[in-house]
Structures are given as structure tokens and as C-alpha cells.
Design a protein around this ligand. Structure first.
Ligand SMILES: Cc1cc2nc3c(=O)[nH]c(=O)nc-3n(C[C@H](O)[C@H](O)[C@H](O)COP(=O)(O)OP(=O)(O)OC[C@H]3O[C@@H](n4cnc5c(N)ncnc54)[C@H](O)[C@@H]3O)c2cc1C
Length: 456
């Protein structure tokens, strides 16, 4: 009997690739006519536009490894870290993030002391944090806001933690779990008390040569090069069903997947769709599992790429782009200067601004018309950059319930989930909802799920 994969994004494709490599012929069910999920690349006037993910963290090796394995290593590029300045909006101005910040942890005194981003009260508090003692006993899971406020004060939450995490998770610091989202900082707190001291100590111990890799990596022609190559390799050895899986049922140790009025019998099933969808599908199999899956929150977002001909637009400051803290936010959450972050992606003749909107608590933007969204973004860009111009092209994408939110208690929920799954070894969950939100986590969990079923 076959293995069925539900969901044809990078997670499902990675699982299919692993199964095909092992000589299996899986069935891949995907609701849309194209594979790749939220990874959607388009090239317009020589500019590479990413509708969804645009890059991945190089610190997590799984995506890099797969890219090399499928022969795309010559396409791999790193972020242009020499110009890695990120700005934050404060008082309507773009202020560079001071050097020496590791997320919101200050590791150098002078750049932070001289930065106009934070008040003197916060800077002094940041300095005093160095002397903090480890907690007396185990700490419960807390929100990111509670944790950072406790260490560095409310202003650090508002002007560092909140915009940084909105940009990555589209999430709210008042709901995200510090244990799941900033796991490393929780470990440092436990060991050192002070995050600043912990980060400095960890750096001293890090093997020499670390830190030279670029922060982000991607593919010259866009991340769809990876999903496209995976699809090219698996298509001939895989049955792709274009349709929405409606239900999964279990009889003994085998499964039946209902799709488009048909039923596919399976020896194993990999759920590579969003957790809330997996919950709906798996309710007949295990109601407790379905409750846990449906309990994982998701946020919705919009990406808007604005492409300009250079001669028609004004300058942008040197750097990767900017983040807008919630306190200053109207519509824009973040904006990447694409050609500065990844020079290969935009010819000198053009400028591309990739804007990110929505996220937890700001989802109403998804219901606004394209014209309204573009108008609001252009007004805000004019205020921040000092110019406005008619874009030569633009692309807008709405991503509903696409980004999993690791809210307080997430680790405990995943533990319960794993407990139930131990009793259902032919059922595997993979994707960004469980133990890592990024593309590398999707690749890793997709491949692991396939390997687990091959072993079974
Ligand atoms: C806008 C956005 C930007 C992101 N940017 C980055 C980034 O820059 N870097 C990074 O590392 N991560 C990023 N992420 C996070 C993460 O890496 C991506 O979400 C990742 O590509 C998810 O892949 P996936 O295959 O798990 O899910 P998806 O790409 O969502 O694919 C799931 C697929 O399942 C299908 N499906 C759902 N239900 C069913 C059903 N019942 N039957 C059949 N098919 C179904 C869907 O149609 C979809 O194609 C971003 C996420 C979003 C939403």
C-alpha cells in the first residue's frame, strides 16, 4: 500500500523527494494546481520577486543540504551582510539598529549608548541587566513580552522585540511563547541570569571561524528553484492528485484518505498541510489529536512587491530594510530593500521594495482592496523615504492562516501531540507548526516524516 502526503508545499515535496529516493511511489495530494505552497517566485523585468518566503537562516542546515543534494549549489547565494543595517521607525524617522545587538540583547556598550533608538532609562537598565542572578528555580513558560520586559524593560519590548518578531513570525509578543520562540535566551537565563552575560560567554566559547557564514541564504532565481527542482524529480515517480483532501479515516493500522469523491488507501500518511487543516482532516482518527492541532494558532499576512525603474524613484538608505514597531504602525509592518539584501535579484536599473503587512492583530488588511493597500503603503513609504513614484510593476499576495504561532504553552502542546502520535506510528506530521517555523524546519520535518515511514 502507498504512502499519501497531504500538502504540496516545500514540506510535502521534501517528503515526496525522500520517499522517491528510497524507491517508493507516494501519492501527493495538493489543493492547488501548482506545487510549492507559499513559495511562489516570479521574475518581472529581470527582478526576482518572492510572493512568500524569500530566504532562510543559514544557521539551520537542512535547506542548504537539500539544495546541494539536488544540484542547485551553484545557485545558492548569501545575504549581502556587509550592508546589513536594519532600520526601525521611531517618531516617523528611520533609525538604524545599533551594532552589537543580538536580537534584543545588547553585547556592545557604545553603539547602544549612542543610539537615539532607546531612552537613557532603558540603556541604564540594559547595562544593569548584566549583573542579574540566575532564577532560584524552574521558570514557567511566559510570553516574549513578559520575558523581555523583565530583563530590559517595556521600551525594549516595544522598539526591539515586537518589531523583530512581527517581521519573522507575523506574531504578537503578548502571545508568543518565549520557551518556543526564544529558546536559547531561556537557556541563557537559566544558566547565567543575565542574557547579556550569557550571550557574551557563549561567544567566547564558540569555535573560531563561526559567524563568517551569511546570516540568510537563498537561490539566485528564487526559492521556487528548489520546489521546482523537487517537483521535477518526484513527478515521474509519484501520483499527484490535484484536489482538497476532505477526511482521513483509520482501519487497524491502515488509513483511507477521502479526496474529490474518491478514496485512497494508505499504509502511511504524512500531513504536510497547516496544522489547523490537519486537525479538521484527522478528527475521525483521534479527536484529542484534532483538538491539539486545531489549537495551534495561525496568523495571516500580505506581501506586496513594488518594482521601480531607478531613474523614476528616489534613494533608499543603505541597508536591508526597515521594521515598523506596532506603536508606530499604520499599515506597513516591514519593508525589505531587495537588491541591497540579495544583489543578484535586482538589476541596477531597478529598485524593488518588498513590503510585509498584516500579522497577528493586524489581519483586517487582508480584506482591503488591492488599490487601498497599495495607496496606504505608498503614502507611508513617502513619509519614511521622502519620495513617491508610480511603480513600474507590483505584485500583491494574501496569505490566510499560513504562519503558525507558537503561543504560550506550545512546547507542552507539542509534547502531548507527540504522545498521541506514538500510538499512531503510520501517521506523521510535518511543517512549520511544530518545532521550527522556517523553510529549513519544513525541509527537515518533511524528510524525517518520510524516513520514519520508510523504516516502519
Ligand atoms: C508570507 C510568508 C513568508 C514567509 N517567509 C519565510 C522566509 O522568508 N523564510 C523562512 O524560512 N520561512 C518563511 N516562512 C515560513 C515557512 O517557511 C513557510 O511557511 C514554508 O514555506 C511552509 O511550507 P509548507 O510546505 O509547510 O506549507 P505551505 O507552503 O503552506 O504548503 C501547504 C500546502 O498544503 C496544501 N493543502 C492545505 N490543505 C490541504 C488539503 N486539505 N488537501 C490538499 N492540500 C492541502 C496547501 O494548498 C499548500 O500548498 C514564511 C511564511 C509565510 C506565510
Amino acid at each position: 500500500m502507498r504512502i499519501v502526503i497531504i500538502g504540496g508545499g516545500v514540506t510535502g515535496l521534501s517528503a515526496a523527494y525522500e520517499l522517491v529516493k528510497a524507491g517508493r511511489r507516494p501519492v501527493l495530494i495538493e489543493a492547488h494546481s501548482h506545487l510549492g505552497g507559499v513559495i511562489q517566485t516570479e521574475t518581472v523585468e529581470g527582478c526576482v520577486l518572492e510572493g512568500g518566503p524569500d530566504s532562510f537562516l543559514s544557521a539551520k542546515p537542512a535547506a542548504n543540504e537539500l539544495i546541494r543534494e539536488v544540484g542547485l549549489d551553484d545557485q545558492l547565494i548569501g545575504s549581502n551582510d556587509a550592508s546589513r543595517v536594519t532600520y526601525l521607525v521611531r517618531g516617523g524617522r528611520l533609525i538604524p539598529l545599533p551594532d552589537g545587538l543580538m536580537m534584543m540583547v545588547p553585547t556592545r556598550i557604545m553603539p547602544v549608548a549612542l543610539s537615539p533608538l532607546l531612552s537613557w532609562g532603558t540603556k541604564i537598565r540594559m547595562g544593569l541587566e548584566y549583573f542579574r542572578k540566575p532564577p532560584a528555580g524552574p521558570m514557567p513558560d511566559r510570553t516574549v513580552a513578559e520575558f523581555i520586559e523583565d530583563h530590559y524593560g517595556r521600551e525594549t519590548v516595544d522598539y526591539l522585540a515586537e518589531p523583530l518578531l512581527s517581521g519573522v513570525y507575523g506574531g504578537s509578543v503578548d502571545r508568543l511563547s518565549v520557551g518556543s520562540v526564544l529558546t536559547r535566551f531561556v537557556e541563557l537565563e537559566k544558566k547565567y541570569g543575565s542574557l547579556t552575560r550569557g550571550v557574551l560567554e557563549a561567544r567566547k566559547r564558540a569555535p573560531k571561524g563561526q559567524g563568517s557564514a551569511p546570516l540568510f541564504q537563498t537561490l539566485k532565481g528564487g526559492l521556487a528553484q528548489l520546489t521546482g527542482e523537487l517537483e521535477r524529480r518526484v513527478r515521474p515517480h509519484c501520483d499527484v492528485i490535484t484536489g482538497t483532501a476532505e477526511q482521513v479515516e483509520r482501519t487497524g493500522s491502515t488509513y483511507r484518505v477521502r479526496v474529490g469523491g474518491d478514496a485512497v488507501d494508505a499504509a502511511g500518511v504524512i500531513m504536510a498541510c497547516p496544522a489547523w487543516q490537519a486537525g479538521v482532516l484527522l478528527r475521525p482518527v483521534h479527536a484529542g489529536l484534532a483538538d491539539l492541532l486545531e489549537g495551534i494558532e495561525y496568523s495571516s499576512s500580505v506581501t506586496l512587491a513594488l518594482g521601480y525603474r531607478r531613474e523614476q524613484c528616489g534613494p533608499v538608505p543603505p541597508g536591508f530594510g526597515f521594521l515598523v514597531p506596532s506603536k508606530e504602525r499604520k499599515t506597513l509592518v516591514a519593508c525589505t530593500f531587495v537588491g541591497a539584501k540579495f544583489p543578484y535579484r535586482v538589476p541596477d536599473s531597478h529598485l524593488v521594495l518588498r513590503c510585509f503587512l498584516g500579522g497577528a492583530g493586524h489581519e483586517a488588511v487582508l480584506d482591503r482592496s488591492d488599490d487601498e493597500i497599495v495607496g496606504a503603503v505608498r503614502r507611508e513609504l513617502r513619509e519614511l523615504l521622502g519620495w513617491d513614484a508610480d511603480p513600474a510593476f507590483l505584485r500583491i499576495r494574501r496569505w490566510r492562516r499560513s504562519m503558525a504561532q507558537y503561543t504560550v504553552g506550545h512546547a507542552a502542546r507539542i509534547e502531548s501531540l507527540r504522545g498521541i502520535l506514538r500510538e499512531l506510528p503510520e501517521l506523521q506530521l510535518a511543517g512549520n507548526a511544530y518545532e521550527g517555523i522556517g523553510v529549513p524546519d519544513c525541509v527537515r520535518t518533511g524528510r524525517q516524516a518520510a524516513r520514519a515511514l520508510i523504516t516502519e
